[in-house]
Design a protein. Structure first.
Length: 523
DNA sequence: TTCCTGTTGTATAC
DNA sequence: GTATACAACAGGAA
């Protein structure tokens, strides 16, 4: 009699039991299921993954473990490189099937193809499923003749009529077999300290990781049918003291909540109300942006770089370590910018429009520093840092791709005022400005000295002077952007045979020594 | 080739 | 609150 068949379901993203086709396939085919997550210690470094996101991941794993134990199973957290760990586990547990969710990121694709051939050599069959996104990017590319749609609108017409699969139920039972004895706790979910991180100082991030938390948050929003039906992204506030958007992004990033579940729940609410908002501003519209950006990450070469990325405008960004550091640390002297960066670091989440504000400021708006630098910082601190989405949004805001109206520059003083005239958001995150009168809170350097004294905040001593003159640098930058776009245009025309034109308008490389003296191109 | 549209700008005028 | 200049982009449709 043949012994019971054993499978590993390998969790990576998709940290959930609901809508998990790969896990269900393992359960269908095998009696003994080993749910595994592999932690690669090499990634446990703060320069890549900030401690708050790592904490969120560990909480998600603990939640998964709890849910599995409720079903008389458990999560096995193994440490090491997947290509080392998995073969060991295959042998140890006599595995014949490996299942996982497809991942479209370049690193993951490389890793998974290596694992596939490894498994093949060890007589382990591999089954993988698309369940992180609404659509299968490979299928979308096939439908669009291998072209990634260049605009949101053309993406929407592409997916019109493509069915979004219904989400699957969580399995009631995982496995017949009793989990292996692990008295030493070899496979337990580690702590932040175990992974070499220092403990989080100050209040914990307000968002806890895991499928349970994610589903709770989803339900909470879905119960508010009016909010769901009327949701319009541009009308939500970047500086409200409580989030004005759903904060489902970290749960979608790790797959604690299935995007297909979210999508079908939205459709179900839409059916129950008289009218609802539409893409691009609606919540379904937000999911479509996610899909479009994932497709870009899948189909555009060198997507996370400027150089070698055919969709990205080539812009001669400035290198300026002091400015970059001031931006990251929240010491630019612009209270709205500094408050947003403080919220980013202390809570791991900031509103979408707040991201716009600081991203525009770092790149084309003020500092003219590469979006790649900004993307690195965001991916360190954001709980929801997602390779495709983060990259795409940085390209958008820096007017490198997707968005091209570079002359629309966010004002670090004006933008926040529109939705928070009193500056309460700034007061919350920058207590040093707590007593600054609202007239000056967005630009404290304009406050008379006696006002600064009365507020207990002297600019230049208690709070920094602004590192740039926004009016001057934003105008200068528009000129530089125009140069870069002209060069792009000339290159494009040059390809058609008129190469002389390409040389006519080369983009000027801005020099650090001439930051304020650049004269905008004359008419 | 021209025209239209593009989630989410700002300052100023009425 | 709404309109307009600012200096003017790209992609896609017609």
């Amino acid at each position: 009699m043949a012994s019971a068949k054993a499978a590993i379901h390998w969790f990576r993203k998709g940290l959930r039991l609901h809508d998990n086709p790969a896990l269900l396939e393992a359960i269908k085919q095998c009696e003994n299921i080993y749910p595994v997550f592999i932690i690669d210690p090499w990634f446990a470094r703060e320069e890549f993954v900030g401690k708050r996101r790592y904490q969120f991941l560990l909480e998600s794993l603990s939640d998964l473990d709890r849910s599995l134990r409720e079903r008389k199973s458990r999560l096995y957290v193994a440490k090491g490189k997947p290509e080392d760990v998995l073969p060991q586990l295959f042998r140890k547990w006599s595995i014949s099937l490996l299942t996982f969710e497809n991942d479209t990121e370049p690193y993951a694709r490389k890793r998974d193809s290596a694992i596939r051939s490894l498994a093949e050599g060890l007589n382990v069959s591999v089954k993988s499923f698309t369940s992180h996104t609404l659509f299968d990017p490979e299928h979308l590319l096939f439908l669009n003749k291998d072209q990634v749609p260049g605009t949101y609108k053309s993406f929407c017409s592409l997916v019109k009529g493509v069915k979004v699969e219904l989400p699957l139920e969580a399995p009631a039972q995982i496995s017949n077999h009793i989990p292996v004895k692990d008295e030493a706790g070899e496979y337990d979910v580690p702590t932040l300290l175990d992974m070499g991180y220092k403990e989080i100082v100050g209040p914990p991030t307000p968002f806890r990781g895991g499928e349970s938390e994610g589903l709770k948050r989803l339900r909470m929003h879905m119960n508010n049918k009016r909010y769901i039906a009327e949701f319009e992204k541009p009308k939500t506030k970047p500086n409200s003291l409580e989030p004005s958007t759903t904060v489902l992004s970290p749960y979608l990033k790790f797959g604690c909540v299935s995007s297909r579940l979210f999508y079908h729940e939205l459709l179900s609410v839409y059916k129950q109300v008289k009218s609802h908002s539409q893409p691009p501003v609606s919540l379904v519209g937000q999911l479509y942006f996610r899909e479009w950006f994932y497709l870009n990450g899948y189909g555009v070469p060198n997507f996370d770089k400027m150089i070698g990325n055919p969709r990205c405008v080539q812009i001669p960004w400035i290198e300026n370590a002091e400015h970059l550091e001031a931006w990251e640390k929240g010491t630019t002297g612009f209270p709205f910018i500094d408050a947003i960066m403080t919220q980013l670091k202390t809570e791991g989440w900031i509103h979408h429009l707040a991201r716009h504000m600081v991203a525009c400021f770092l790149t084309r708006g003020d500092l003219f520093i590469s979006w790649e630098e900004g993307a690195k910082v965001f991916s360190r601190y954001l709980l929801d840092a997602d390779w495709s989405l983060n990259t795409a949004n940085w390209q958008w805001l820096s007017a490198s791709a997707f968005f091209h109206q570079y002359f629309r520059v966010y004002g670090p003083v004006s933008f926040g005022k529109k939705t928070d005239k009193n500056g309460d958001y700034i007061r919350k995150y920058l207590p040093v400005l707590k007593k600054m009168p609202h007239k000056y809170i967005y630009e404290p350097w304009t406050a008379p000295l006696h006002v600064q004294k009365a507020a207990g905040c002297i600019v230049g001593k208690d709070y920094p002077e602004p590192i740039v003159d926004h009016k001057i640098v934003s105008k200068r930058n528009i000129g530089w952007m125009a140069e870069a776009y002209r060069k792009k245009k000339a290159m494009k025309q040059g390809k058609g045979g008129k190469s002389a034109k390409a040389k006519k308008n080369p983009a000027k490389r801005p020099s650090n020594s001439n930051l304020d003296g650049f004269v905008v191109r004359k008419k």
